[in-house]
Design a protein around this ligand. Structure first.
Ligand SMILES: [Zn+2]
Length: 374
């Protein structure tokens, strides 16, 4: 059934010819039949429908992101890609890869049936949440004010650096409060996971209720993980190391750009501009969801550059990272382990899969119920 291909290419539909829940605000035409086979869905990537741009804007992003990601392993004097130092980086990669792939596939395959459409977008929301935890893991091990204590290599660098400094530390930054220390060391990753699960629940719910405010809810609930995950960056920016201002400057530049693209993407998602200004003119190309995808991808790319800049310092020039680190009450945090990175990510993905299965089951029940009524 999935590979059925004998029928001729289906004509595209207007918004009045498809079920109401399939329609998008101010998009009047370019809709596909809601009963496409898998083959027809895949072929529609090369047809100008109102989902074609949504698919390509995130699918091409996979390759651009991967290109910039692997660059780290080509640096001179870098660590092997399998070194535990890179576990958080790989988890970040998994988070982004799942997000871009699930998003592009959700847009491509959502016309197989109304039920599959629901499941596609449940998976889409789940992968966005998993991505935020991948970011939090990378921030924790590379941007956390005590980051860099990630193994023997760094310990040696610390000792070397301490040996080179005579007398007290020049312009030592003040120590953070004990509450902040406890938050970063014990609560930061659990909070990021909890918020990710809450966001998945809230976004999946907008497909079954609260539909009128769905764009606002989906946009605002993802502000919360951003705020939680970014706390190490806020700390670093508010207490820049006086001994390495260039380090804080690089972090700030990439972070502000990351925030800028996120803000613009939110604007597109909520305002539905430009199609709101001229309904029907942007049905296939140039509508707000495509701009939303482009801006979210650019925000991810700037986030990747920010993480890479921190990794570069930790791996190649650890002495630059030390001033911020040494302000922390304890000398170092534990380095990443399989359990604290892949273990966290897998457990989270398991919980998200359980939430998605529950919503998919509810969606199936409601479809069966509606079919009986008709
Ligand atoms: Zn999308």
């Amino acid at each position: 059934m999935f590979l059925r291909c004998s029928r001729p290419t289906q004509p595209l539909l207007r918004h009045t010819d498809v079920p109401l829940r399939v329609t998008e605000s101010f998009i009047l035409s370019g809709y596909r039949f809601p009963d496409y086979s898998l083959r027809e869905c895949l072929a529609s990537a090369f047809r100008p429908t109102n989902e074609t741009g949504n698919f390509w804007t995130h699918f091409l992003g996979v390759f651009i992101f991967a290109f910039h990601f692997v660059e780290v392993f080509g640096w001179e004097r870098t660590l092997p890609f399998s070194d535990p130092f890179f576990y958080p980086f790989w988890n970040y990669f998994i988070g982004v890869l799942c997000l871009l792939t699930a998003s592009s596939m959700a847009h491509l395959l959502n016309s197989m049936s109304l039920l599959i459409r629901e499941i596609c977008f449940f998976v889409d929301y789940g992968t966005i949440s998993a991505y935020t935890v991948g970011s939090a893991l990378a921030y924790f091990y590379y941007i956390h004010p005590q980051a860099g204590a990630v193994g023997q290599r760094f310990t040696n660098a610390t000792q070397r650096w301490r040996g080179q400094v005579e007398g007290p530390f020049p312009h030592p930054p003040s120590s953070p409060s004990p509450e902040l220390t406890v938050f970063f060391e014990s609560l930061y990753i659990p909070s990021a996971c909890l918020v990710a699960l809450i966001c998945t629940l809230a976004c999946c719910n907008t497909r079954q209720r609260w539909r009128k405010y769905r764009y606002v809810i989906r946009t605002t609930v993802f502000l919360l993980p951003f705020l939680v995950a970014s706390t190490p960056i806020f700390y670093r920016l508010l207490r820049p190391s006086s001994s390495s201002p260039s380090l804080s400057g690089t972090l700030a530049t990439y972070f502000y750009r990351h925030c800028f693209w996120l803000a613009v993407s939110a604007l597109f998602n909520i305002s539905k501009i430009p199609e709101r200004l001229s309904p029907g003119s942007f049905d296939v190309w140039g509508h707000s969801h495509q701009w939303f995808h482009c801006c979210t991808f650019l925000s991810i790319l700037d986030e990747l550059h920010m993480i890479k800049a921190e990794i570069r310092v930790l791996v190649l020039r650890p002495s630059l990272a030390l001033p911020a680190m040494l302000s922390w009450p304890r000398p170092q945090i534990s380095g990443p382990t399989l359990c604290s990175t892949y273990g966290v990510m897998l457990s989270l993905q398991g919980c998200i899969a359980a939430i998605i299965s529950w919503f998919a089951w509810r969606a199936k029940e409601s479809h069966v119920h509606r079919a009986k009524l008709n």
